[in-house]
Design a protein around this ligand. Sequence first.
Ligand SMILES: [Zn+2]
Ligand SMILES: [Zn+2]
Length: 302
Amino acid sequence: METEIRKDYFLNKYVIITPDRAKRPHVVIAKDSNKKRVKCPFCFTGIEKKLLIKHYQFPNNQVSVIKNKYPVLTLDNLKSYGKHEIIIETPKHGTELSQLPLKNFVDLLKVFQDRTLALSKIKGIDYILIFKNQGNRAGASLDHSHCQVFASKLLPPDLEEEFQAMDKYQRKNKSCPYCDIIKKEEKSPRRIYSDRYMVAFAPYASAFHYETWIFPRRRLDNITNLSEEELISLAKVLKKVLTKIYKLGLSYNFFLHQVVSKRNQHFYLKIQPRDSVWGGVELGSGVIVNSMSPEKAAAYLR
Ligand SMILES: [Zn+2]
Ligand SMILES: [Zn+2]
């Protein structure tokens, strides 16, 4: 494949795919994350009582939600109004999410649903970002597997822009851009997974190596609208992709794409592994150079 400039499906964003520069595939040794910390604040016995928000008890599993001890947003600061929570995915210290059983993924997604519901009831909260930083290069600072929740008033400009572009597309084409993209991508060489409920693919203009988007086929506003079957299917594909990324030893971020105050959207989950390093081109121009084609990435992730 030759170097090619690709434009996002409907946003004004560009990526230069330069597969010739790719050094992969190479084997990366999985990092040793089993170091037991003397006093881990996310281990059950280490959780400070005053920080605890809720324990979710599941058969043979427990997920705990606590306040972030160093929150970026708080409800008593009008200048950075919001809530910042930590979701402790497992009581097991040192086990990475991808290595947990499928059932734990389902449990975790149920907690995502409940946090979205609970936080959306707080006055002034428009945007709830549920995300995970896994590994040093993704910004994770603690070994114990966890996700974070940012709930704020501020709708990020990137999302605002995306919604405007979506509305424009819908007016013009009388259809949801993402529904159209799903239809196209599930038949493309970028398809990673599809079943009755979910479709996953590497986006045409991937900005990251192995970038993956997972969509429910149904057009739902946010994760709280997912049925049990859809939740199980999402858990399956999420585990599948994270396991593949784990085998490469890569750090990654994933996040839910949802805005609570907005109706008329198409909820999805984005996984962005942190393999490539952004240099002068990216920081200076905003155009991203990606040395791995999404077609090649999808062939590995399938
Ligand atoms: Zn721990
Ligand atoms: Zn749609």
